[in-house]
Design a protein around this ligand. Structure first.
Ligand SMILES: NC(=O)c1ccc[n+]([C@@H]2O[C@H](COP(=O)([O-])OP(=O)(O)OC[C@H]3O[C@@H](n4cnc5c(N)ncnc54)[C@H](OP(=O)(O)O)[C@@H]3O)[C@@H](O)[C@H]2O)c1
Length: 241
């Protein structure tokens, strides 16, 4: 395969929400922990999240002040700062908004190692942001001129970073983008036995103005595991064996 095997690994409520008040219920903490354990069990080379998720959990909304920087034009070519990392954290950040201040995410629990950051950008990103990434030693790749083509992006992961197994870990808009391009091989769902009930929170797969809605996608059950406290771990694949 000229791209990694891609597993979409997510926690959802009974009503398919990936964010919301149900995650604040005390009981949910056990499932968040299981999510991390199962992530480790997959033994992937990299994991990937959208800009919103990265901002919420890793850069905490930090904004870079790059306006005053007078930077000469930088060619829109991929930049590999580390091709031998043990693991990669990949951020989909089309216009370069994430305020990274170093080139790796430190291990934040016993199931995650330190991960080298790779940004996925469009060519619309500013020269100042590219210069910042280079100064920090953060790798970046281009996924398109104005819109991202994830089929090309995942091929680059394999070619430039030797990534054979990738965990796609939300949010809903990024997952929806991969679903649209037929790039999900496996779905790993930690089903939390709580119904959120909100009508406006993000679900497992979302669509938006930057996506063309494709026909529904079929999944086939591979495995079910009963979890403690009424939870389920469901594994689906998109291709029959
Ligand atoms: N339950 C779980 O397992 C789980 C896992 C991960 C995240 N989450 C939750 O999910 C929520 C965020 O989800 P979300 O769906 O709102 O955001 P998201 O997928 O994390 O990020 C969306 C952003 O990523 C960029 N992006 C994604 N797909 C793109 C495409 N095809 N073309 C161009 N840009 C693209 C865009 O960035 P720009 O706006 O910069 O253009 C877009 O606004 C958070 O609350 C997070 O905690 C839950």
């Amino acid at each position: 395969m000229d791209r990694p095997y891609i597993i979409c690994h997510m926690t959802t409520s009974l009503d398919g929400k990936i964010a919301g008040d149900y995650l604040k219920v005390e009981r949910a903490a056990e499932f968040t922990d299981l999510y991390e354990k199962i992530h480790e069990r997959y033994g992937s080379d990299a994991w990937m999240c959208g800009r919103v998720t990265m901002e919420e959990h890793f850069t905490f909304g930090h904004k870079l002040n790059l306006k005053h920087k007078d930077v000469p034009p930088i060619p829109r070519t991929d930049y590999v700062a580390n091709k031998n990392a043990d693991s990669y954290a990949i951020a989909v950040d089309p216009s370069g908004k994430l305020g990274w201040t170093k080139n790796s995410i430190e291990s934040w629990n016993e199931h995650r190692t330190e991960e080298h950051i790779v940004e996925v950008l469009t060519e619309q990103v500013s020269d100042a942001y590219l210069a910042h990434l280079q100064n920090m030693g953060i790798s970046y790749i281009f996924g398109g001129t104005e819109r991202l083509n994830f089929t090309v992006v995942v091929q680059k992961f394999k070619k430039l970073f030797s990534i054979d197994k990738l965990m796609l870990e939300g949010g809903g808009f990024l997952n929806g983008s991969f679903l649209n391009e037929g790039l999900i091989d496996e779905l790993s769902l930690i089903f939390v036995p709580i119904a959120d009930g909100a009508s406006n929170s993000v679900t497992l797969f979302e669509t938006s103005s930057f996506l063309t809605k494709q026909p529904p996608v079929n999944f086939f059950l591979k495995e079910v595991e009963k979890l403690e406290d009424s939870g389920l771990w469901l594994k689906y694949v998109t291709k029959h064996d």
